[in-house]
Design a protein around this ligand. Structure first.
Ligand code: FES
Length: 147
């Protein structure tokens, strides 16, 4: 039985709608998915890890400290009586650079008189969080920091 003119138009219109939706979906997928992958690469593969040699262990005194740059991040490295520790040198309050105080064996922020203990925990002052800790390793007398 032949289709009525209204049924025929509805069928052609449905087919054209299907073609338009299909093309839109394919085009949207080819544009949106690569854009999302480009804007979200860190969460897909994880943050970039950097490991750099920062010197010879023999050149460090116990309770000596150095500020170094590892992967363009300022890092405070301290040799304690139990080994090396490393923290972000950026204060968690407003971003000033922290210093090691060898007399009190703690870390201070000169901007607002904050202090952190040798584990990076806040002892006093306005910082809301501890300093970020980084891994330090000693291989064949050389000291490495991973951020
Ligand atoms: S920036 Fe360090 S205490 Fe304010």
């Amino acid at each position: 039985m032949p289709l009525s003119p209204e049924e025929s138009t509805a069928t052609r219109r449905g087919f054209l709608d299907w073609i338009i939706y299909s093309c839109s979906t394919i085009l949207g997928g080819t544009i949106i998915l690569p854009a999302v992958a480009y804007l979200w690469p860190v969460t897909k593969s994880g943050p970039v890890k950097v490991r750099e040699e920062i010197g010879e262990a023999a050149n460090w005194n116990i309770w000596g400290a150095k500020k170094v740059s590892v992967g363009n991040k300022p890092v405070l490295v301290i040799r304690t009586d139990k080994g090396f520790v490393a923290f972000s040198a950026v204060c968690t309050h407003l971003g000033c650079l922290v210093e090691f105080n060898p007399v009190k064996q703690n870390i201070i922020c000169p901007c607002h008189a904050a202090s952190f203990d040798i584990e990076g925990k806040v002892e006093g002052g306005p910082p809301p969080r501890p300093l970020a800790a980084y891994k330090v390793s000693e291989v064949q007398g050389k000291v490495f920091v991973s951020t």
